[in-house]
Design a protein around this ligand. Structure first.
Ligand code: NDP
Length: 282
């Protein structure tokens, strides 16, 4: 039976560290880290996410601003706002909540956020630095996954790691971070066939797919560490992951639950990156 990796607990430790760092920075330099969240349109899930971020900022002493723009906002209007935030010395981190409405080119917008304020780590300059092994900001979810493994003293070096999902936000950066920590990494996607043959090789299996309970017990090696990034709503409206938790926990050595696993780490790492950004600004 697997040990449950408690993301809530680990994220509390990180938040405490961030709160101490924010206090020290303020005392030493008078700087208060500032985060601006930009939300376009009426996506209820994004609104909840942004509200949670605001609360989290307040708890650790980070100044936060929230911009809610209407669904019909044009790309040039959004650009003006990003420009203003880029040049605002009280703002150290800019977060543009995805997805953006279709009339706006997300890629273009994300490239306009100054790399030095791109606390999500999405700008090509930050992606390049990550690939090189000299990251400025590591995207929050992948960074959170590594922190979870480290907190539980799970060895990465020399292990066989399999990441299912190749998005720029989760899959690819997670694979790169595991590679930098000397795992042997395989990335799977929707055309990997048969998926189970690859996932069964994993000592560390990361599921970042967005498909309810796709990873079943028979796809997991005995004693594997299973990290479930997925957030899906099942037919009863309950949040579930990409992993069949009940079945897989019988076989894994460690497993993250959904909710309460990777999710809380994402917000904690966002606070962490905002503090780091404020420190770089000195
Ligand atoms: P994307 O939709 O961008 O990527 C999903 C990936 O899964 C793609 O690479 C896709 O392959 C792959 N995939 C889809 N179906 C299959 C399949 N049947 N077999 C193998 N691979 C498959 O999603 P994200 O990376 O943005 O997010 C993944 C999940 O993580 C979502 O549930 C999301 O809500 C959640 N999430 C959770 C966060 C947290 O804080 N816990 C933060 C961010 C995301 P292909 O490339 O071939 O299409």
């Amino acid at each position: 039976m697997a040990e449950i990796i408690d993301g809530k607990e680990v994220s509390q430790h990180i938040r405490k560290e961030v709160a101490e760092g924010v206090g020290a920075l303020k005392r030493e330099s008078g700087i208060i880290p500032g985060l601006a969240a930009v939300l376009v349109g009426n996506n209820p899930a994004s609104e909840i996410y942004v509200r949670n971020k605001r609360k989290a900022c307040e708890q650790v002493g980070i100044y936060s601003e929230e911009y809610k723009l209407p669904e019909e906002t044009s790309e040039s209007e959004l650009l003006l706002l990003i420009n203003k935030l880029n040049n605002d010395k009280n703002i150290h981190g800019i977060l543009v909540q995805l997805p953006l409405p279709t009339q706006i080119n997300s890629e273009r917008i994300l490239r306009l956020v100054f790399p030095s304020k791109d606390i999500d780590g999405f700008h090509p300059e930050n992606v390049g630095l990550l690939l090189e092994g000299n990251p400025r900001f590591v995207s929050c979810t992948p960074n959170g996954i590594i922190k979870l493994l480290d907190f539980y003293r799970i060895e990465i070096l020399g292990k066989e790691a399999v990441v299912v999902g190749r998005s720029n936000i989760v899959g690819k950066p997670t694979a790169i971070l595991l590679l930098h920590r000397h795992a042997t990494v395989t990335i799977c996607h929707s055309r990997t066939k048969p998926l189970g043959d690859v996932t069964r090789r994993a000592d560390i299996l990361v599921a970042a797919i967005g498909r309810e309970r796709l990873i079943t017990q028979d796809m997991v090696k005995e004693g594997a560490v299973v990290i479930d990034v997925g957030i899906n709503r099942n037919s009863e409206g309950k949040l579930v992951g990409d992993v069949d938790f009940e079945g897989v926990k019988e076989k894994a050595s460690y497993i993250t639950p959904v909710p309460g696993g990777v999710g809380p780490m994402t917000i904690a790492m966002l606070l962490w990156n905002t503090l780091e950004s404020a420190k770089y600004s000195l």
